[in-house]
Design a protein around this ligand. Structure first.
Ligand code: AMP
Length: 431
């Protein structure tokens, strides 16, 4: 099947061709015709499946079907995303795929000045791509008018819930017309997502391309057991001996990300950290340097890494395992994209055996263990509670709470923070 059979018109087909895409991905095959028919959809699709084009292309096609009279402040389509990085990436996709269409778009997120964003909407735009907190700020100042909204898209809805955005989303929803198309994309169909979907979608078509809670087949996963104090040495050795050129490394805390970045640089490996305490400028620069291969290693916390789109990222390293098994799936989803093979390596110390067991249970498969003799763990070292960067005796706190503090979520609203904590408690109770 080619893109021409999906109901897309010439300006879009031309842009697709320029991108070098010849065949639609499974999510695109399923979602594009349904969205063009103005139906709601509930789509379970992870990053890397081509989902962004899966909703952007038919959205642009739909907008081209009529030409309503619009006042300034009024917008026709809204994409909500959990993070600034994802908002920027979706905006970029809309620019790329909409290159030969007349539609204008702008991106709205916190952590940068609000006035240029207000000015952009005042000038008149068709499509807004936004994180919920800042958009709600703007809406409460009457800086945007949703009365003519035709299409609402929630991208990575599961992560928006995890980050406590549900209250902001509900407030925004009250400002939108009942008669509209709504598309909900989520990596997983958790019970919470099903509840959200039931409240938002009308008779949605279900689109599912990856089985629930399983990891993509093309990602090879391996665990190396190693003592905590020797992880940095093992990581440097793996990068050097295996000649990895572009590695995304996950740590549990912002402090840990900074420390590891310094240690890697000391061992002669160019690295940068990306997390919620970094300014937007620093994050954008780190990502750009990484994409251009000016730096070899990007060290990230879970929230900061969410939505990072880097073509053909070959290696992901879990320097520390995530506290929440879903995050493992999200993390390794950064590799093995769009059919390319990827490798996910986890460095696991004795403190993390329980986390590893939880992850294997969640993905319903054991992960291959490979011993590196020079780094065999010292059997006399006993497991200790995991520190999440907020003092001792806090192993009950999750990585999300740790990395949210002062980070992305807390820059949005109070409800964001309380929402996040509530969610974490829910997770704790579940375990
Ligand atoms: P996404 O899941 O939207 O983050 O997309 C993952 C990557 O796949 C992006 O880098 C896209 O440029 C790429 N991509 C999207 N659709 C196609 C396609 N039909 N053929 C090849 N690559 C694609």
């Amino acid at each position: 099947m080619s893109f021409t059979n999906l109901g897309l018109s010439e300006p879009l087909l031309k842009a697709i061709k320029e991108q070098g895409y010849t065949t639609p991905t499974p999510i695109q095959k399923q979602a594009i015709p349904v969205i063009i028919q103005n139906k709601d959809i509930l789509a379970a699709a992870q990053t890397g499946t081509g989902k962004t084009a899966g909703f952007t292309l038919p959205l642009l096609e739909r907008l081209a079907q009529n030409k309503p009279n619009m006042n300034k402040y009024q917008i026709r389509a809204l994409v909500l995303t959990p993070t600034r990085e994802l908002a920027a990436q979706v905006a970029e996709s809309i620019k790329v795929y909409g290159k030969y269409t007349p539609f204008t778009s702008t991106v709205i997120f916190g952590g940068v000045g609000i006035h240029p964003q207000l000015a952009a909407i005042r000038k008149g735009v068709d499509i807004v791509i936004a994180t919920p907190g800042r958009l709600l700020d703007i809406a409460s100042q009457k800086g945007i008018d949703f009365s003519k909204l035709e299409c609402l898209i929630l991208d990575e809805a599961d992560r928006m819930l995890d980050m406590g955005f549900i209250h902001d989303i509900k407030k925004l929803m009250k400002l939108m017309p009942q008669k509209r198309q709504t598309l909900l994309f989520s990596a997983t169909f958790s019970p919470e997502i099903k509840v959200l979907a039931a409240g938002l979608l009308k008779d949605p078509a279900l689109v599912e391309v990856a089985r629930e809670n399983t990891t993509a087949d093309q990602i090879s996963q391996v665990v190396h057991f190693v003592d905590k104090t020797r992880k940095k040495e093992l990581l440097s050795q793996l990068i050097k001996t295996k000649k990895w050129q572009q590695v995304l490394v996950f740590t549990r805390t912002k402090h840990g990300a900074n420390r590891l970045t310094t240690q890697l640089e000391e061992s002669g490996i160019l690295a940068a950290a990306i997390h919620g305490n970094k300014s937007q400028g620093a994050r954008t620069k780190a990502l750009a340097d990484f994409k251009e291969k000016k730096i070899r290693v990007l060290v990230a916390t879970d929230i900061a890494a969410r939505g990072i789109d880097i073509d053909q990222l070959p290696h992901v390293v879990n320097y520390e395992l995530p506290n929440v098994p879903e995050d493992y799936v999200h993390r390794i989803g950064r590799t093995g994209r769009a059919g390319k093979e990827g490798e996910a390596v986890s460095l696991v110390c004795v403190d993390e055996h329980k986390l590893l067991a939880d992850i294997e249970k969640f993905i319903k498969a054991p992960i291959k263990k490979v011993e590196i003799p020079a780094f065999a763990p010292d059997p006399s070292i006993k497991a200790e509670p995991i520190q999440n960067g907020r003092g001792k005796n806090n192993q009950r706190s999750t990585s999300r709470q740790g990395s949210n503090r002062g980070g992305i979520a807390s820059q949005h609203s109070k409800s964001t923070r309380s929402g996040s904590a509530k969610k974490s408690n829910y997770r704790e109770n579940k375990r």
